[in-house]
Ligand binder design. Sequence first.
Ligand SMILES: [Zn+2]
Length: 71
Amino acid sequence: MALNLEEYQCEFCGKTCTNIVYAAFVCDSDECIEKARLARGGPGGHMKRKAEGQPIIPIDLEPAIEENRKL
Ligand SMILES: [Zn+2]
């Protein structure tokens, strides 16, 4: 991938981008990485679940989906 990260800025603090996490340009700051995680996933966000290796469909919705299949 010919992507020069130094040409980009951190989406959160504006410093030189050194990382891409959760499809966001960020610097090395843990704070910015955490912001990227929250921005992309958010509480209960499916991308966050995917990143954590969990099912994308929230477990508490599965019974409702099962009900729909029966109809
Ligand atoms: Zn930053």
